[in-house]
Design a protein around this ligand. Structure first.
Ligand code: FPP
Length: 222
């Protein structure tokens, strides 16, 4: 969800206002995703590297997250959306962990679209955590190295319960993965748009999906 800062700067507003406008784009995109019948959408809300930002900006983002959960939880529940979190969110502030666990519990039986939110998430960190888990199991003789297969690895990642990744949309003209879903991106299609995240909405999602529909996916075959 890139470009919040630049969106605010263009308007001579503080960065926090860009993130606030970003939350409106989150709402628009979730509604559009439901209209388009997507199975799952993952939003990169806070990376494990975002802690390097100023204390003020981190605190603004955490405040927005609290605000968003409080304001929108009923809509998520009512719309049959199932929340999922990827990333080491348990290391975040205890009140946020509690709020998230409550929403996870309340939406666990929902059967509609999956809304996955990446919080304190880094693709390398996710792979490291899985590798450490395997090493611990090997150390106590629970597994041997040959047991570690691609399927095994996939099931040890935070995305184990999500469908395979089809499309990554990167906003604001950036053209890199920035530590997002590194393992899962192996055969994902990439879509880049210059639109700043706060300007993103249903029409932009539709354009990305139309572009995706025109791709020829070969997964390394012919
Ligand atoms: C990147 O833009 C955006 C973020 C680091 C935060 C995204 C968070 C939200 C939109 C709000 C919270 C999320 C939810 C799900 C409620 P940037 O700040 O890097 O912008 P810039 O590249 O223009 O500086």
């Amino acid at each position: 969800m890139d470009g919040n800062g630049r969106w605010a700067k263009k308007r001579h507003l503080p960065r926090a206002m860009g993130h606030k406008a970003g939350v409106e784009a989150v709402r628009r995109t979730i509604r559009a995703m439901e209209d388009f019948g997507l199975e799952a959408l993952t939003l990169y809300a806070f990376s494990s590297e975002n802690w390097k930002r100023s204390e003020e900006e981190v605190s603004d983002l955490m405040g927005l997250l609290r605000f968003y959960i409080k304001q929108d939880v009923e809509e998520l529940v009512a719309n049959n959306i199932r929340l999922h979190v990827i990333g080491n969110y348990k290391a975040m502030a205890p009140d946020i962990v509690k709020m998230i666990d409550k929403v996870l519990e309340r939406t666990a039986d929902n059967t509609g679209t999956i809304l996955a939110v990446a919080l304190n998430y880094g693709g390398q960190d996710e792979i490291l955590r899985a590798a450490r888990g395997f090493a611990q199991k090997a150390a106590i003789g629970e597994i041997v190295p040959e047991d570690i297969t691609e399927a095994h690895m996939a099931s040890a990642l935070d995305t184990a319960k999500l469908p395979p990744l089809d499309l990554i949309i990167r906003t604001s003209g950036e053209r890199r993965l920035s530590n997002f879903l590194l393992w899962q991106a192996a055969y994902a299609e990439l879509y880049f748009t210059d639109t700043l995240w706060p300007d993103f909405g249903g029409d932009h999602l539709k354009a990305a999906l139309q572009d995706f529909a025109s791709r020829d996916r070969r997964y390394g075959g012919r």
